[in-house]
Design a protein around this ligand. Structure first.
Ligand code: MN
Ligand code: MN
Length: 466
């Protein structure tokens, strides 16, 4: 072997230079990462909405021995509990051997993703075509949501108070839906519009029918036919849409991407690509020292609003209940706690290199990404993790051989974004963002690397057991 030059030696010893996981993982580790991702892909397909993700989390948690948390009951070290918030968020806890007054370990991710929600009064007919009016949810590039197959998911509460669960367009043979777009032949004016305005929000109408009821006279015959079909199949009347939460999501299934199958393409990696590893860490971490608390929350994509988002007190109340159980103060538990805010970051995309600052960007396959702060402009709207806490997380990941990298969300002043980290930090909890790099974030088909997904699981798992 040739002797290393001084520069080579110094570069190795002194510089920060995270490497592609493909160069660092053994064949066995790579195989385990791919197997983990096979289960992740199944989760992606059954849990496309926050409600479905909660239902699937409950199913998997109960298999792993979790039981619904009963306020007032005393749980012993090693016991596993969960609490569901309105079917749209879930907290899971594995009770630690140390009292909760010494703090808990949080992993907090979100399970809502950008999509097209139905308006309260959605159904209309125009020129003998029946359509649904939508109100987009979260940050979308509207042109991406036209002419792709969509599936209808959600719940409809009927006049008698009963609840109907809807999922159409996922099974083989189901009908699917879509938003139409202009043909290029007649699109000369549209083509000159900026991307942001070329498809106005009120054009995101979903095609749902075209056959009229068989009558010569009268108006809205296609709409009436659509209502008749919905009534026959589900017992619905038009007013029932007023008490519904219907989400149209991409109908595509999760698939391997690339000749090497190193990546996964799917709808809603943001943030199920952190939620699933965090959930799996909760399900597999037995007998932690500190109580391990996994939160899969709702409404992150619209600012963590409402009673199922993290601005609500629901997580804090759970901590108070844990504290009461052990006769300590909830605020003391929070002040001693540590959190990995588990959310994605934008992976460097060579096709759009100019929006990234390469020295501080994250890359697919280089492991889980630690994001010290998010926000926009001069760090506004973010929690900036302390040097001390960064050091603590860094030492943990290095000591457990978890592949990780640092990443900032693009060039300063190019854009910005946020996560739940600032709401957790506001509770006096040490917090930093840690998650998976994503290509084409918020698109109907997002891309992640299998190595990074597996490293996210390893990070949460080691954090819980540390
Ligand atoms: Mn996110
Ligand atoms: Mn997002």
């Amino acid at each position: 072997m040739k002797e290393k030059t001084l520069a080579e030696k110094l570069r190795e010893e002194l510089t920060y230079n995270p490497k592609n996981g493909g160069l660092q993982l053994t064949q066995d580790q790579l195989r385990r990462a791919y197997e983990f991702c096979d289960d992740y892909k199944e989760f992606l397909d059954v849990a496309k909405t926050e409600r479905e993700a909660v239902a699937e989390a409950v199913r998997l948690a109960e298999i792993a021995g979790f039981v619904p948390f009963e306020k007032g009951r005393v749980y012993q070290a090693g016991e596993k509990v969960y609490r569901v918030n309105r079917g749209k968020a879930i907290i899971l806890a594995v009770i630690g051997s140390k009292p909760v007054s010494e703090g808990v370990r949080f992993a907090i991710s979100h399970i809502d993703s950008p999509r097209l929600d139905l308006k309260p009064n959605p159904l209309y007919e125009s020129d003998e075509i029946a359509m649904f009016k939508t109100h987009y949810y979260g940050g979308i590039k509207k042109y991406q949501w036209t002419t792709i197959p969509l599936a209808m998911h959600g719940v409809i509460c009927l006049a008698d108070g009963s609840k109907l669960e809807v999922r159409i367009g996922e099974e083989e043979g189901d009908p699917q839906f879509c938003v139409t777009d202009l043909l290029p032949h007649l699109g000369r004016k549209q083509e000159k519009e900026p991307l942001a305005t070329a498809i106005p929000a009120e054009n995101l109408n979903i095609l749902v029918g075209s056959l009229p009821i068989n009558e010569e006279k009268g108006s809205d015959l296609v709409k009436l036919n659509t209502l008749r079909l919905l009534n026959e199949k589900y017992g619905l009347v038009e007013a029932d849409f007023l008490s519904a939460e219907i989400e149209f999501v991409p109908a595509a299934k999760a698939r391997d991407v690339g000749f090497d199958r190193s990546m996964i393409g799917a709808y809603g990696h943001d943030d199920r690509v952190c939620a699933y590893p965090a959930l799996m860490a909760a399900l597999t971490c037995n007998n932690p020292v500190h109580t391990a608390v996994t939160v899969l929350t709702d409404k992150e994509e619209i600012g963590s609003e409402g009673n199922t988002g993290l601005k609500s007190a629901y997580m804090e109340y759970f901590i108070h209940d844990l504290a009461d159980m052990q006769g300590v103060k909830g605020r003391d538990v929070l002040s001693a706690s540590q959190c990995l805010s588990a959310d994605v970051n934008a992976a460097f995309d060579p096709t759009y290199a100019d929006v990234y600052e390469k020295r501080n960007a994250c890359f697919i396959n280089k492991g889980v990404c630690i994001t010290k702060y998010t926000g926009a402009g001069g760090k506004s709207g973010t929690s900036d993790a302390s040097a001390e806490y960064m050091s603590r997380v860094r030492r943990l990941l290095d000591s457990k051989n978890v592949l990780w990298q640092i990443g900032e969300l693009g060039k300063v002043d190019v854009g910005g974004g946020g996560t739940v980290a600032k709401f957790v930090a506001a509770l006096d909890v040490d917090t930093v963002d840690l998650g998976v790099p994503v290509l084409s974030m918020h698109a109907p088909w997002e891309i992640v690397s299998k190595i990074d997904v597996y490293m996210a699981y390893r990070a949460f798992y080691e954090f819980f057991l540390d």
